[in-house]
Design a protein around this ligand. Structure first.
Ligand SMILES: [Fe+2]
Length: 349
């Protein structure tokens, strides 16, 4: 695992304003050691949030009149689902509810310029939305593109010629509590038969494998042992000790980790979010830090695609908090909006 090196605290999470979003600026901050840059006081960001997510809390219908999958019904979700080969690549409306691996309901679409045209296209081109199909309005596409282009230019060395790229927009809803999530997982699991359910347990054990158990072949053996009476009482406990003794997987008792610590394959990840039971942490090579997220700011961090400019990708992980102290009326909707910038060759395949 190629971890980022230890960096001075003042550079770890840098804040910039719209007027500082100029070519090469974010690149310079990443180069100086920032593992995330937060764009604040750019009025396009809260406008996009309202257009794409709804109210400030992200809990209402978007201003555009679109119905998001967690506000709609399962039949429309299925109509809006476009398989591209599995989690991460699928597009449209998706439901990923795999215990400790993926835990959200989402709507995903790409925005791009088709074959040199100046027109902004989306994929999928439209969504089933009750009686009326819904297409992302042109003014929203164009604001998305403007923000994305400025971020992209800023994250590359100044004077770099942009290559064809696309913006992937992902709107995600997480469960408000782990108990709600467990019910959803149970619902999905129980919709399959016994062997499929057993396979899911094996997958779950493989994802959890830590320490010496995480190596190829051994993790499959470990996963099976976890389901055998007798061994079942020993191996998960042993694995938990390995997890707790590794800084990448150690978490406090009040949280479950969703998936594994990872870096993103895309060029750049931009994230706005309103949440109180979900936490995103970024790694500075020594310890995990909270990524500050709101609906009116954009947290920007590098993916593996920026490696050719000698920028290291930022390791991050997502935690689901078991207990949240929320004042009455202060609950949040636990939704995120991700703008990912990726090479155009990675879409429309
Ligand atoms: Fe990620």
């Amino acid at each position: 695992m190629n971890l980022t090196t230890k960096r001075p605290a003042e550079y770890l999470i840098a804040n910039i304003k719209r007027e500082e979003l100029v070519p090469g600026k974010i690149f310079e901050l990443f180069n100086k050691g920032a593992i995330a840059v937060v764009l604040k006081e750019d009025d396009r960001v809260p406008t996009l949030w309202k257009d794409l997510m709804g109210s400030e809390n992200g809990g209402g219908p978007p201003d555009s009149g679109e119905t998001l999958p967690w506000q709609g019904n399962l039949m429309d979700i299925a109509k809006n689902y476009h398989s591209r080969g599995g989690p991460g690549d699928d597009i449209g409306d998706v439901i990923f509810l795999i215990k400790d691996r993926l835990a959200y309901i989402a709507r995903k679409f790409d925005v791009f310029k088709e074959n040199g045209s100046k027109m902004l296209a989306t994929d999928p081109g439209s969504f089933v939305n009750g009686d009326q199909p819904f297409s992302v309005p042109e003014d929203i596409r164009s604001t998305l593109w403007d923000v994305g282009e400025e971020v992209f230019k800023s994250a590359l060395p100044a004077e770099t010629e942009l290559f064809p790229y696309a913006m992937s927009v992902e709107r995600l809803k997480y469960s408000d509590t782990p108990a709600d999530f467990d019910k959803l997982v149970q619902l999905i699991n129980n919709s399959s038969d016994r062997w499929a359910q057993f396979g899911r347990k094996i997958d779950h054990n493989i994802i959890q494998a830590a320490g010496p158990f995480k190596y190829r072949f051994i993790k499959s053996l470990y996963a099976l042992l976890c389901e055998i009476p007798g061994a079942k009482a020993v191996f998960p406990k042993l694995n938990h000790i390995f997890q707790a003794n590794n800084v990448m997987t150690a978490i406090d008792d009040n949280a479950n980790m969703i998936g594994r610590p990872h870096t993103d394959g895309r060029l750049i990840t931009c994230l706005s979010s309103v949440r109180n039971s979900i936490k995103t942490e970024i790694f500075n090579g020594e310890k995990w830090l909270d990524l500050p997220l709101t609906g009116d700011s954009l947290a920007i961090f590098p993916g593996r695609g920026l490696g050719k400019y000698s920028i290291s990708p930022t390791w991050h992980r997502i935690l689901h908090l078991k207990k949240v102290d929320t004042e009455p009326g202060q609950s949040k909707s636990n939704v995120s909006c991700i703008f990912g910038i990726r090479s155009i060759s990675r879409i429309k395949s």
